[in-house]
Design a protein around this ligand. Structure first.
Ligand code: AMP
Length: 478
């Protein structure tokens, strides 16, 4: 197993390497690789396990992937070695497959028609079945991610037009996928039929830019143009921009509401709404649904910041910073073991005792997943002398696993799948606990409510999941 750096050169001769959730791409800019680097920097919150950039000047594809964070991986030397006008980049955390360099993206491969690189955000629900079919015919997989299946589908023998090859492959995928695919002289931006995960298009000096979130457009100075549509393939080439759909039958979108609740950055526009604005709405709605007799509203930084402000505005209770966050460690949940998560809790936040001592505190956070960190935080507030601790959560209880790309796949790990709200309140040692209702959540965004996936709250899975999903389902094969 390879744990170190991995720089690849993949040519059109058929020899070459492999591998692969935030995405960034740019077609035809003299500083494409540096722009991609800055874009990935602003998408770092979407994944901190590994990052990679793949670039081309119309010939070979060059790629560099490494475990770790963007700022550490891409030195001047690395960026110079990739210098080309067309590039895609990826930051990853694992929803399928383990946290290893083989699984870092963009994945790079050669097939009969030349080299291709792929960067994927989301999760396929039928990758196990597809993979078994390929393996039964002798195909060899190099990674344990679901994303590699897409490459095998694209590489199937096909004599017809290239668009048809793409359409045939994409039609076989089930689940969530926002994709960037880089060929020698083309860049494709693709979104699954339900548009689970975000993907937007911008323009910079006349050059097209694509990114998971608009904050990445802002950082490179690009102007937002539009979102890639559900089921759409947008091709950028020297001939300009072209678009087609891989399914004639339109689906009702199933945008992941958790992007608004937690995942996306507050300065981004996602699914047509500014994330900060939505979170303020969530906080206001929460204050109406679950008022509290309290002295101060304290956000859990950074995940509860915006909702806490909304709660404070609507309730008239003053907001204060009862916690200080250490910004030099990553999101604790991204650490792949429970042990690492637990040790991350105290490292990440500390209480300002003078703020909370003797006070009735309303703590606002976006979600409770396992309950581990929340319990630790309540304990810290009590130890610092808080008189009462009330917790308000800006979404409903998460009681169902996500099969479409958010990292809470195991029902046994979800505290709300095992306990009632009152049991969770007691488990966390709270004076009161209030979750925002699903109606309150869906009233805080501007699309019709049926355009969002809410499976983690109500088990309503828009793409049926037949396989038993396990994060490491392909692991023994690696
Ligand atoms: P816990 O109390 O251990 O469930 O952790 C709750 C904290 O984890 C909240 O501050 C959330 O913002 C954060 N969180 C959000 N999404 C996830 C996730 N997918 N997995 C784990 N923790 C998450």
């Amino acid at each position: 197993m390879y744990w170190g750096r991995m720089s690849d050169e993949c040519d059109a001769t058929g020899k070459g390497p492999r591998e692969f959730c935030g995405l960034f791409g740019i077609y035809g800019h003299p500083e494409a690789v540096h722009k991609t680097y800055y874009g990935l920097y602003s998408l770092q919150h979407r994944g901190q396990e590994s990052a990679g950039i793949c670039s081309t000047n119309g010939g070979n594809l060059l790629a560099h992937r490494e475990m770790g964070q963007v700022g550490d991986i891409f030195t001047d030397e690395v960026l110079a070695s990739l210098r080309n006008p067309i590039a895609i980049g990826h930051v990853r955390y694992s929803t399928t497959g383990s946290s290893t360099i083989q699984n870092a993206q963009p994945l790079l491969f050669n097939y009969a028609a030349g080299p291709l690189a792929i960067a994927h955000n989301g999760n396929l629900v039928n990758s196990g079945q597809l993979r078994r079919e390929f393996e039964s015919r002798g195909s060899i997989f190099q990674t344990s991610t679901d994303s590699e299946t897409i490459m095998h589908l694209l590489a199937q023998p096909w004599d017809g037009p290239e668009d048809e090859r793409m359409i045939r492959a994409l039609r076989q995928l089930r689940g969530a996928f926002s994709l960037l695919i880089l060929a020698q002289n083309r860049l494709y931006a693709i979104r699954d039929r339900h548009a689970f995960r975000p993907l937007c298009i911008g323009v910079l000096d006349g050059t097209p830019v694509v990114a998971s979130e608009t904050c990445a457009l802002d950082i490179v100075g690009a102007k937002y143009v539009r979102d890639v549509k559900a089921g759409e393939v947008v091709e950028f080439s020297s001939k300009g921009e072209r678009s087609f759909f891989f399914h004639e039958k339109p689906e009702i979108p199933a945008h992941c509401i958790f992007e608004h609740v937690y995942f996306a950055r507050p300065d981004s526009r996602v699914f047509g709404d500014n994330v900060h604005g939505v979170r303020m709405n969530l906080g206001r709605a929460l204050a109406k649904e679950h008022p509290a007799q309290a002295d101060i509203v304290v956000p859990i930084p950074d995940s509860g910041n915006d909702a806490a402000l909304g709660y404070s505005h609507a309730s008239g209770i003053q907001l204060d910073h009862g916690f200080v966050r250490n910004h030099y460690i990553g999101r604790t949940f991204i650490a792949p073991t429970q042990g690492a998560r637990i040790s991350g809790v105290g490292l990440k936040l500390n209480v300002i005792a003078d703020v909370v001592r003797g006070k009735r505190v309303v703590v606002v956070d976006d979600s409770i997943i396992r309950g581990t960190t929340s319990r630790g935080r309540v304990k810290m507030l009590r130890q610092a002398g808080a008189k009462e601790v009330h917790m308000r959560i800006s979404c409903p209880p998460i009681a169902h696993p996500c099969f479409y790309g958010i990292d809470f796949p195991n029902p046994e790990e979800l505290v709300a799948a095992r306990m009632s709200v009152n049991e969770i309140r007691s488990h966390l040692d709270l004076d009161s606990l209030g979750y925002l209702s699903l109606e309150g959540l869906l009233a805080s965004v501007s699309n019709p409510k049926e355009h969002y996936c809410t499976a983690c709250y109500n088990g309503d899975y828009r793409v049926p999941v037949n396989e038993k999903f396990e994060k490491l389902q392909h692991e023994q094969k690696c």
